[in-house]
Design a protein around this ligand. Structure first.
Ligand SMILES: O=C(O)CCC(=O)C(=O)O
Length: 381
């Protein structure tokens, strides 16, 4: 009788797990197990379509406890910060939350290409100051565009160095010099950011910031087209750079991430404001092929085209591999929707290689940079 209770308990937990898995399949989202040696056993990357499935736990949380195969970053990860005892956040009296599980973060990024970090910037005052600064930046960029003789409201948009309007009502301003000034220079948005251990675990300890900017979407702007944020790095280029650095070449299959973007929405991304949507796993050629097959076969419902729609609360961050297809959705709220972003690359990947790959893939005109509108980060004053 005594032996029966644990057996019944284990039976009911395995029944619950099967039920969970069946419900997940019906609803289109599966949950990985961060504590398992293979967290994605039996799953396909495009099945991780819920925020919960893509969330990285913090060290010490029940989802990433002492039984985790991922030891604390200090033990396992060069470059990740040590698991320090919680200290109060400046001015808030609240304890500093434990770091995110960086090794699991890397696993999710390699598998699904996108992950979610709840309360990564638990500082509403800072985010509010960034939203106001983003508003001022938009006004100043629109004035500069108008002064250059281009109508900032023309339907075909505009493209200057660091300022692009590809779709009506959605302005992307990157590497403006103000990104190195207050409030954007806050440590929790820079080297001290909660995502940095995951970025370094994924791209190497010498990963570096390439771009920092804001995408600001006006009320009334529609859904973006699905897109990756840059061309793939061809395997021969990977092989050449790793050979030149005496590093082992990448293994067969999907190449590891070379560049990651971190989105920090400066307002909550509710269904009205327009969450960013991702097609998990689209950094893998196999997922892209499955998507294409679904598009070609009428009535097919393989699942590779089901997006992960990542609604966010203020302070949440989303990290993604730039090869993953994503899009900003329509802003149906009455307010502007600013998203701060940081783009990080492996030590050998930067603006120069990105530009070269755009030119080689026919996505940019050779040797023709767009005109400059303002002083960029790092330019002499
Ligand atoms: O605004 C968003 O949610 C995504 C923006 C984006 O992906 C882009 O501008 O390339």
């Amino acid at each position: 009788m005594l032996g029966l209770i644990p057996r019944l308990q284990s039976l009911s937990s395995s029944l619950l797990r099967s039920l969970d898995s069946a419900t997940g399949r019906i609803l289109g989202s599966q949950l990985p197990d961060p504590r398992a040696p293979d967290p994605f056993r039996g799953l396909l990357p495009f099945e991780l379509t819920s925020k919960q499935a893509l969330t990285i736990p913090r060290y010490g949380s029940s989802a990433s406890d002492a039984a985790s195969p991922n030891p604390a970053p200090s033990a396992a990860l060069p470059g990740a910060h040590a698991l320090a005892p919680p200290t109060p956040l400046e001015g808030s009296g609240a304890p500093d939350p434990a770091p995110f599980d960086a090794l699991y973060g890397r696993q999710v990024l390699e598998f699904a290409g996108v992950c979610s970090l709840p309360s990564a910037v638990p500082n509403p005052a800072l985010l509010g100051a960034c939203a106001s600064a983003a508003d001022r930046l938009v006004s100043s960029v629109y004035s500069l565009v108008a002064a250059s003789g281009v109508d900032p409201l023309r339907p075909e948009g505009f493209s200057f160095l660091g300022a692009h309007q590809r779709d009506p009502g959605r302005l992307d301003v990157r590497n403006h010099h103000c990104m190195d000034e207050a409030p954007f220079d806050a440590p929790e948005l820079g080297e001290g950011a909660a995502w940095m251990p995951i970025v370094r675990a994924t791209l190497g300890r010498d990963a570096h910031l390439i771009w920092k900017g804001v995408v600001v979407t006006d009320p009334g702007a529609g859904d973006q087209a699905w897109h990756p944020d840059g061309p793939d790095v061809p395997r021969d280029v990977w092989d050449a750079v790793t050979r030149a650095q005496s590093e082992p070449p990448p293994g067969p299959g999907t190449l590891p991430p070379h560049c990651l973007t971190v989105f920090v929405p400066l307002v909550p991304l509710t269904p009205e404001a327009g969450p960013t949507c991702f097609l998990p796993g689209t950094q893998h050629a196999a997922t892209v092929a499955a998507l294409k097959q679904e598009a070609d076969e009428a009535g097919s419902s393989g699942g590779a085209g089901v997006p992960a729609t990542l609604e966010t609360a203020l302070g949440d961050a989303t990290v993604f591999d730039i090869r993953v297809r994503h899009r900003g959705s329509a802003n149906k709220s009455g307010a502007r929707r600013p998203v701060l972003y940081m783009v990080y690359g492996r030590k050998w990947f930067g603006v120069g290689m990105h530009r070269r790959l755009l030119e080689e893939s026919g996505q940019a005109r050779v040797g023709k940079e767009p005109p400059r509108l303002f002083r960029l980060r790092g330019d002499p004053k």
